[in-house]
Ligand binder design. Structure first.
Ligand code: ADP
Ligand code: AMP
Length: 217
């Protein structure tokens, strides 16, 4: 299965991706996680990406595209995957289309999680992420069993620098300007499956898997 999951920041992409990659046994490619782990390791890529991430802006297309292309090539042409947080601009989407064509096969579906802006601010400011394994929690909607500690690996939970109130607004503006137009791009390719992301986490997962099943039939 070759999937892409999109939606505004805080829509629940990473949360749903965690379950989908287990269900479909495919690798999870999150460009945000790639940048955050590069930053943890102090690599030049991480330091360059941080400049943009801290301001709520997008990392330049050429940098992101080359990372994803390398990753897809390392998986091999027959492999499935779930792309999360990529593409975020039309040039990124076009580069992906071209690369997948070269590798012999396109996407099976694009999952679009719909959530209104007023829900997003509360979701992002309450988000907590594991420093070790990147599992995602929410103080109110999806708390860890022990406050501050990851259920999966026992790692420390932290608040992302870019989940501050000021940066969230900029990220929403960036999404509306640069990423939202991709909905039409994938709609035209007959790939888009939109789901209501305001429901509870298990209900959203159910809606996604039902939509994927229906598309396969
Ligand atoms: P994204 O990857 O789209 O930025 P996340 O998956 O990190 O979003 O989710 C953002 C925050 O909202 C996290 O704190 C997560 O626990 C919480 N969350 C995700 N899905 C839901 C949901 N359906 N209902 C309530 N909270 C959710
Ligand atoms: P995310 O974890 O998906 O919320 O991404 C966090 C930040 O990483 C974004 O606000 C961007 O600065 C950067 N980023 C992640 N994916 C991309 C992408 N596809 N294109 C450009 N920037 C990205």
């Amino acid at each position: 299965m070759r999937l892409l999951i999109m939606g505004p920041p805080g829509a629940g992409k990473g949360t749903q991706a965690e379950a989908l990659v287990v269900k479909y046994n495919i690798p999870h490619i999150s460009t945000g996680d790639i940048f955050r782990s590069a930053l943890r390791e102090g690599t030049p890529l991480g330091l360059e990406a941080k400049e943009y991430m801290d301001r709520g802006q997008l990392v330049p297309d050429d940098l992101v595209v080359s990372i994803v292309v390398d990753k897809l090539e390392s998986l091999g042409s027959g492999s499935g995957f779930l792309l999360d947080g990529f593409p975020r601009t039309l040039p990124q989407a076009e580069a992906l289309d071209g690369r997948l064509k070269d590798l012999g096969g396109g996407l099976d579906a694009v999952i679009n999680i719909e959530v209104p802006p007023q829900v997003i601010v509360e979701r992002l400011t309450g988000r907590r992420v594991c420093r070790q394994c990147s599992s995602t929690y929410h103080l109110k909607h999806n708390p860890s069993q022990v406050r501050g500690i990851c259920d999966t690996c026992g790692g420390e939970l932290y608040q992302r620098d870019d989940d501050s109130l000021e940066t969230v607004q900029e990220r929403l503006d960036v999404y509306n300007r640069q990423t939202q137009p991709l909905i039409k791009h994938y709609q035209e390719q007959g790939l888009l499956l939109s789901v209501d992301g305001t429901k509870e986490i298990p209900a959203v997962l159910e809606a996604i898997t039902a939509a994927l099943k229906q598309k396969e039939e």
